[in-house]
Design a binder for this molecule. Sequence first.
Ligand SMILES: [Zn+2]
Length: 254
Amino acid sequence: MKMLMVMVMTMLLASGACVYAAENSDAGAPEAAEAAATSDAGASEMAEAAAEEDTDFYMTEITDELFERIKGKSFKDDCTLPREDLRYLHVLHKDVAGEVHEGEMIVNRHIAEDVLAILKELYEHDYPIEKIRLIDEYDADDLASMEDNNSSSFNFRLISHTNRVSKHGRGLAVDINTLYNPYTKVVDGERIIEPLSGEPYLDREASFDYKIEKGDLCYQLFTEHGFVWGGEWPDRKDYQHFEIPDEVIDKWYP
Ligand SMILES: [Zn+2]
């Protein structure tokens, strides 16, 4: 891919006049600009991507094409978060066997740079993450995504029995390796585990792949970037979950 970018850049440099005309379409070269806009539209998009340098780790706004993928799923009809507040991240990640995969995540724009940097550093240090797919591929079903050990962030929803939007509903929380880092809480003497298939991994003394531990690289990076880990909560444990604290969110959304 990088070779291709270099080739495209070289081609664009060779046809510099054409690019120049396109950039100055208001300044008296309408014909050339029009030709450039039609025939070189693809090339100029590629050039833009190349200018960002990193074709593996990048972010975009929610394009119409992306919006089609999330509309009615993670971006529900009653979504109160504006689409403009979300960013799409494209990343690479490695599974526990060291195999490289492409990943996609949608997060709040306020944390997009941070999450992109965190995921890049985890990749560079071979920190294993099995799947990073849009939760829309699971029809925005959080449990199905967790059972599949998927890592994700944005999924609009209200906190049960309230009209408050959850942090995932604002793209301000990130779940990592969810099957092996389940959520658990005791309610009226009954233990809730999500996903239920993650029950064996509530034994945090046991050793197994994809386990998040206090002090490991995943924990370190998220906390350095201002996130709080749900594995440290006293009243419940959410080992997969990193979120932005309320006081910071209150500043972003007064
Ligand atoms: Zn979570």
